[in-house]
Design a protein around this ligand. Sequence first.
Ligand code: ZN
Length: 163
Amino acid sequence: MTLLGDPVLHTPCTDVTEFGPELDRLIEDMFATMYAAPGVGLAANQVGVGLRVFVFDCPDDEDNRHLGHVVNPKLIETGGVTVRGSEGCLSLPGLEAGTPRFDYAVVEGVDRHGEAVRIQGTGFFARCLQHECDHLDGMVYPQRLDRFRRGRVLRQARRASWS
Ligand code: ZN
C-alpha cells in the first residue's frame, strides 16, 4: 500500500491502453489488497501502479452492495446536496475527517475487456466514486478539506506511526 507522501499517490495516473492478462492481474491484486486492508475502494496508484483503474466493494446508504472495477474512469456527473461525512483512506491509515462530497455521482469508463461501463452512485457509494476518481488525478482527501480540518488531519498524519 502506498502512503501519503509517496510520489505515485500525488501524480495523475495515465490511461490504460493495453487490455489483457497483465491488467487482469492488476485488478485481482487490487481486490486482494482492498479486502485484506479492509477497505471499500482502492485505486491503482495505492498499490504503486500509475494507471487509471479502481476497484470497489461498497455499500450505499440504502445498504445496496456495489462491487466492480473500472478502467479509465471519468467522473461525468455529480449532483444533489453536498454532504460532509466521515471519510478515511487506506493511504492514511487510522485517520478520518469530515469531507464534503456530492450525494450523487456518475462515472463512465470501460471494464477489463474494454467494454463501456457506467456506474451510478448515491450516498456513501457516491462518496467512494469521487474519492477514487480523485486518487487517479493524484489527489487525496485532505485536499478536499477546509483549512482547519486539513491542518488537523495532516498533523495527525505526521505523528502517525506509519509516516
Ligand atoms: Zn483513498
